[in-house]
Ligand binder design. Structure first.
Ligand SMILES: [Zn+2]
Length: 55
């Protein structure tokens, strides 16, 4: 069982413009932020999930 997880990023790949990481960076509406930051952003704009958990 071999799992090849190779993500191809172009030269000067897009990276999170919030923290700077280039892991799981999503460009939603040109946000270009990682999933982690997205959560923060969503929470900011009022995207709260039912039952807030520590974090
Ligand atoms: Zn980030």
């Amino acid at each position: 069982m071999q799992e090849r997880r190779e993500i191809k990023y172009g030269k000067g790949s897009r990276k999170c413009k919030r923290c700077g990481t280039h892991k799981a960076v999503i460009r939603r509406g040109g946000l270009n932020i990682c999933r982690r930051c997205i959560r923060e952003v969503y929470t900011k704009i009022g995207f709260k999930k039912t039952g807030s958990r520590g974090g």
